[in-house]
Design a protein around this ligand. Structure first.
Ligand code: CUA
Length: 247
């Protein structure tokens, strides 16, 4: 059913779970749409003026209406309690850490995505709004020891396949939204807040980072890319970045 709806390919470990839920919700909505539609047509014919010159003030009686209502509510509760809440709970706990995890900062601005890797020391260098300039959009303070090995990039988030990724997401100016459909990830980037977002990419390829909040005149062109690479490709790219840093 999801293929029919044109759902993007699934490129992360938790995508199947989200897709299953989306499919279930759509099936329920389809049944409701057909059911209520049929009932509406039935009511139009059955209670037409011609056949019922005098209105009934009592109205319809019967158990079917009530039980249908209860059944629909029950199915919705099941979807919420057994699918939606557990799926969400996993997204907001068990954040990846340790050596295997890739930890990166993503900072939205009008109208680009700034990427910051902490480098070998695993620590993000200090950033300072007064240092922000055209060639230093993050305002990274290179005098800070933690910042010396930080890798920065604009609109290109390179990630290795099959490793957990933790994105520290924030914004410099207005609210943006980090939407990567193939990874089934979407999270608002809010100035002053750092939101953790995590996922495991399971498919190599280039996926759009589509800003998913109307953030200004250039919203439509606020597009970045997630490049999911093999471990070797990613290491090679990272080595090149490190080399470019050394004067
Ligand atoms: Cu940033 Cu829309």
């Amino acid at each position: 059913m999801l293929k029919l709806l044109g759902v993007p390919i699934a490129a992360s470990a938790h995508a199947a779970e989200i897709d299953q839920m989306t499919a279930l919700v759509h099936w329920l909505m389809l049944v409701l749409f057909v059911g209520w539609g049929a009932f509406f047509i039935f009511a139009l014919i059955r209670f037409r003026k011609g056949a019922n010159p005098k209105a009934s003030y009592v109205g319809a009686k019967g158990k079917l209406a009530k039980s249908t209502e209860v059944a629909v509510a029950l199915i919705e509760v099941i979807l919420l309690v057994f699918y939606a809440i557990p799926a969400w709970a996993k997204r907001v706990t068990n954040f990846p850490g340790g050596n295997d995890a890739v930890i990166v900062r993503v900072v939205g601005e009008q109208f680009a995505w700034n990427i910051q890797y902490p480098g070998k020391d695993g620590k993000f260098g200090r950033t300072d709004p007064t240092l922000v300039s055209a060639d230093n959009p993050l305002g990274l303070d290179r005098r800070d020891p933690d910042a010396k090995d930080d890798i920065v990039s604009i609109n290109n988030l390179n990630l290795p396949i099959n490793r957990p990724v933790l994105v520290h997401l924030t914004s410099k100016d207005v609210i943006h939204s980090f939407g990567v459909y193939e990874l089934r990830v979407k999270q608002d980037a809010v100035p002053g807040l750092e939101m953790p977002v995590w996922f495991v990419p399971t498919r190599e390829g280039q996926w759009d980072i589509a800003c998913s909040q109307l953030c200004g005149l250039g919203h439509y062109r606020m597009r970045g890319f997630v490049n999911v690479q093999s471990a070797a490709e990613y290491d090679k790219w990272m080595a090149e970045q490190v080399k470019a840093l050394t004067p």
